[in-house]
Design a protein around this ligand. Sequence first.
Ligand SMILES: [Zn+2]
Ligand SMILES: [Zn+2]
Length: 317
Amino acid sequence: MICSRTVFRCFKTLERLGDRVTGAAGPFFVALAIILMSIGTVAFFDVISPSLPFPLLTIPLCVLVAVNMWTHYWWACTVPPGFIDGDASPIRGLWAAKKNHVGVSARTTRAVQTKCSKCSMMRPERAHHCRICNRCVLKYDHHWINQCVGLHNERHFVMFMAYLVIATLAFVLSGYPQLLVALGVMGMHVSWPYRVSLTFYLLIYILSAVLCLAVGVMCAWHLAAISAAETSVESQDHGVYKRVARNRGEEFVNSYDLGRRENLKLFFNLEEYPIYTLIVPLRLQPYTDGRSWARKDGYEEHGGVRRGEELTDDDDE
Ligand SMILES: [Zn+2]
Ligand SMILES: [Zn+2]
């Protein structure tokens, strides 16, 4: 018993150390990503884009993908996720105009408030305490490279992943002929007339292929969770609730789940904003202030979970 407690404590100490390293290394990773994305962008427009077919059509499309990737990355890193004790997200950047006839068609109800055991603040449902930021975040998803992903920047985070996958896929597919040249397959006499060096091109090509696969899987996982109306934390918690409910012969019902299509529409807020906001990099408000949530008809709370059975942040203590 004592032994297992010691092991547990050691593990927790290591975890805290990990948190501190993650917190301190955040700006370093942001900078590293900016450097790699810059080399990738320059390599694409220097080496690949001049040989693309239908340049009048393909080059503007490539520019649009690059602009989306960069702006959503910047906003995912800089737009505050929505702290429960913070101000609303500051009005900066280009905002999209709302549709004329706006309004979330789904019914929204006030979120239940509970007290955070770590910062003692009252917080609405779906908010969680981030150990690295040491604050409670509205609709907390996870702590990313330098800050949390939450209510106000989750859309930018997902859009960044999607555009990164499109950009790296375009790089890998259309940069293939230049890769053959770089590898010497076309014969050693073929020249390399580009500003980006051959070594950088090879490195970025390999990195693009790896990122396309890895981020592609991550993005698909996030989109699946979004279409089930779950954050990363909730998709774990709901797994536990489903087991508990099943053992009782009941069924767990996620009260935020309005159906795949409606869930995606609410996440990207296409209820209040036009569909072009998916391809034009603009900022927009989430459908809620994080203190009330759209619910399934007939549900005030999740089905199959009883009071006191809800998991709290203390469960990962
Ligand atoms: Zn807290
Ligand atoms: Zn955080």
